[in-house]
Design a protein around this ligand. Structure first.
Ligand code: ATP
Ligand code: MG
Length: 719
């Protein structure tokens, strides 16, 4: 796309050219907010003459950051695209420059869930814990919650305590959750690893501690722009406040109807109150929708209108008419899948590429039946969520080889030292672990120091060391893609999969090489191995590489901000969408917003489907209330649910809504994070709200562990 301000409407033009001060855009889905944002970047660079390195542009996902980078590159023709990143990704940049303030090396590791699990595995083994004490998923949640609420803040422990002190705390803890928590902090510090929660906390801490560095970043970021502002959380908000403190040029865009992350701490109040917090804010509204046909917009307007806690606004179509929104009721999920695929084939026969078709769903498990039918019909497809591309075994292994070369950390070592087989099994690993612990060295150094010990006779340990050493000496002179190809070859890793006939894994490795290559092109000079590794660690479910000529499958959350010509929103059933976990009225409104986000992704035609059957718990599966929310005249049914089924559905919805209402008074008063006073236990903080048990989880200030407290007792809110 050529850069020209003529491609903008009046409001967009105002947003683009109001460069100074605080500017807020509130506008609906598809109204061109993101477009205004990218053009504003280009305007600042091309017309005003701002250097891209002085602009921070925050997006919600890595995928949208990549897209934005490409768009800006096209608009400015400049290879330097400044800081275009998620909040987490930007914090990596801060820390790569300034982590010395907290005595962390530049080359710290960014930890993802599977790294955390590897650490948990070590802790559980060392301290004799089992999954019966706590599953890994629960342990990860527990760590996250403790990190959020621990007072004084946990990261002070990580920063100020020596490794030995942390280890001592870990080894002398007796409560399983203390063991896990301190074991994890110890493991993190040991490999200089930082998880997602740490990235923002550490950055904020550095700014707090070191005024000079804070000022450096504040001065550098002359202009800050934030997309999807309706889903910003408290920590991100705090970081934003600090960063814009010097130049005070902050541009935000958001749509209250698309708030879908309150379950993770997002709060739309930041968007609503923005003008009060920053007096003099200029607010721009946009109402025209450039994305979808009038048929699609009529249906989505009719849906979102059913949310009571919202400011009324309709999306106004400007595109010409298109086909109706097409709906289908299947007797079974198989029938539903077959219908979807028959429509896909029909579109393809009429000359539309599979690229243009996307299947969206609320929950991962829905895809199984659809995948089966797609495979049977030999239709190429790619899943953006589900098994994460970057979570696949072969991808993690390949990246561990790269990490081993750059960092020589224990996690990577454990992952690959015996893959392919080098005869370094459990007994020898235990030997290394003991040696490493006694001598305060890493496992890799332990291996180097003990390589002549008889225990390594008959193993390929020496050739493993040779391999890592030779790459460590030269990797800085190589491109990452060369390095990756060579290490996969010389380590015997690819050969191992070839011998096993694992074509799919080899394909994935090829895909990884391609993605590294694309990364190098998009980053130019910046593309060092360390940068790359920090970058991929931030990739999440939704960020698998684009695959041309394939039908896309993804969750609604992953589709945020994107658009697709033909959208199939499937499994629109009670208990799936809305999710059966929905237990509050606010939760139900969030589910409806999520359905709204899903439907507003469609450009040319929207397909909605659902089917009869039973849920996992054996309950009947009814059509979703969101289908019934939409004015009937706006939907064309190819096959309709029977009238008795519809009236049963209405009865079910009435019944289950009463259940939601039952909890409203408590829920209205308290939210997670609220400070309360209990008549006996005193001051505390609400950590969780469990509607099924009708209880809060509360951390009382005077207690070490949280307590569940029934809704029945009266709590006083403390401000
Ligand atoms: P969402 O809330 O879903 O993120 P958005 O407000 O960010 O939506 P965009 O993705 O920026 O919307 O734009 C939606 C579509 O409309 C895009 O295809 C974009 O290119 C197109 N568009 C936006 N503004 C204009 C315009 N002034 N003229 C023509 N097309 C436009
Ligand atoms: Mg957008």
């Amino acid at each position: 796309m050529e850069y020209s301000l003529e491609q903008l409407n009046e409001e967009q033009l105002q947003a683009v050219t109001s460069t100074e001060g605080f500017v807020r855009v509130i506008a609906g889905a598809g109204s061109g907010k993101t477009r205004a944002l990218s053009h504003r970047f280009a305007y600042l660079v091309n017309d005003v003459g701002i250097l891209p390195g002085n602009i921070l542009c925050v997006t919600f996902t890595n995928k949208s950051a990549n897209e934005m980078r490409q768009r800006i590159h096209q608009l400015t023709g400049d290879n330097d695209t400044g800081y275009i990143n998620t909040f987490h990704g930007f914090c990596v940049s801060i820390l790569q420059e300034d982590s010395h303030v907290v005595q962390y090396p530049k080359n710290f590791l960014v930890l993802d869930n599977s790294d955390i699990d590897s650490m948990l595995k070590i802790i559980y083994e060392e301290r004799g814990l089992t999954l019966r004490h706590m599953t890994f998923a629960k342990a990860r949640d527990m760590i996250e919650i403790r990190k959020l609420f621990k007072n004084p803040d946990y990261y002070l422990d990580m920063i100020t305590m020596s490794l030995d002190t942390l280890q001592h705390k870990y080894l002398h803890a007796s409560d399983p959750s203390d063991i896990i928590f301190y074991g994890y902090l110890y493991q993190e510090k040991k490999c200089f690893g930082l998880d997602y929660n740490d990235l923002i906390k550490f950055s904020l801490y550095i700014f707090e501690q070191n005024e000079e560095i804070r000022l450096k970043w504040q001065q550098r970021l002359e202009y800050i722009m934030i997309d999807e502002f309706q889903d910003i959380d408290a920590l991100q908000y705090k970081l934003m406040e600090v960063l814009c403190g010097h130049h005070k040029n902050l541009f935000i865009v958001g749509d209250p109807d698309q708030t879908i992350y309150t379950w993770r701490g997002a709060n739309v109040k930041y968007l609503f109150h923005f003008d009060k917090v920053f007096p003099g804010t200029e607010t721009i509204m946009m109402t025209k929708n450039y994305r979808s046909t009038p048929q699609i917009l009529a249906a989505v307007n009719s849906l979102i209108d059913k949310n009571e806690h919202r400011i009324k606004k309709d999306l106004i179509p400007i595109l010409p008419d298109g086909p109706s929104v097409l709906c289908y009721h299947g007797d079974s999920s198989l029938k539903e899948a077959q219908w979807i695929i028959s429509q896909i084939k029909k579109l393809q026969k009429s000359g539309i590429s599979y690229d243009d078709m996307t299947i969206l769903y609320r929950a991962h498990y829905i895809t199984r039946t659809i995948e089966e039918v797609l495979q049977k019909e030999e239709i190429p497809y790619t899943i953006y969520s589900g098994v994460q591309f970057f979570g696949r075994m072969e991808i993690k292994d390949a990246l561990s080889y790269l990490r081993m070369i750059a960092f020589k950390d224990d996690l990577s070592f454990l992952r690959i030292v015996n893959v392919p087989k080098r005869n370094i099994g459990e007994r020898r690993i235990r030997f290394l672990q003991e040696y490493a612990q006694q001598n305060h060295v890493s496992l890799y150094d332990a291996l180097k120091e003990t390589i002549h010990h008889p225990i390594f006779k008959g193993t390929k340990a020496a050739s493993f060391i040779d391999l890592i050493e030779s790459f460590s000496d030269t990797y800085e002179e190589q491109t990452i893609s060369e390095l990756l190809s060579e290490v996969l070859d010389q380590s015997g890793y690819e050969e191992m999969h070839r011998t096993a006939g694992s074509q799919e894994r080899l394909d994935n490795l090829a895909e990884l090489k391609q993605s590294v290559y694309e990364y190098e092109i998009s980053c130019g000079e910046e593309s060092t191995l360390e940068h790359y590794l920090a970058h991929v660690a931030l990739f999440s479910n939704s960020d698998a590489q684009d695959s041309k000529g394939k039908v896309k499958l993804m969750t609604v959350h992953a589709a945020k901000g994107l658009e697709f010509p033909y959208v199939f929103l499937c499994a629109m059933n009670e208990g799936i969408f809305p999710s059966k976990k929905t237990s509050t009225i606010d939760g139900m409104e969030e589910e409806r917003r999520l359905a709204f986000v899903a439907m507003t992704r469609a450009q040319k035609r929207l397909y909605l489907s659902e089917s009869e059957g039973r849920n996992f718990d054996g309950s009947m599966r009814y059509p979703s209330r969101f289908l019934l929310d939409i004015d009937e005249s706006l939907l064309e049914y190819e096959r309709k649910p029977s009238d008795p089924l519809i009236s049963d559905t209405r009865a079910y919805i009435r019944y289950s809504s009463r259940y939601l209402d039952g909890y409203q008074p408590e829920k209205e008063i308290f939210e997670i994070g609220d400070k309360i006073r209990h008549k006996i236990f005193g001051l505390g903080t609400i950590l969780q709200i469990d509607s099924s048990k009708q209880a809060y989880l509360i951390q009382f200030d005077r207690m070490n562990t949280p307590r569940q407290i029934s809704f029945r007792v009266t709590l006083e809110k403390v401000r």
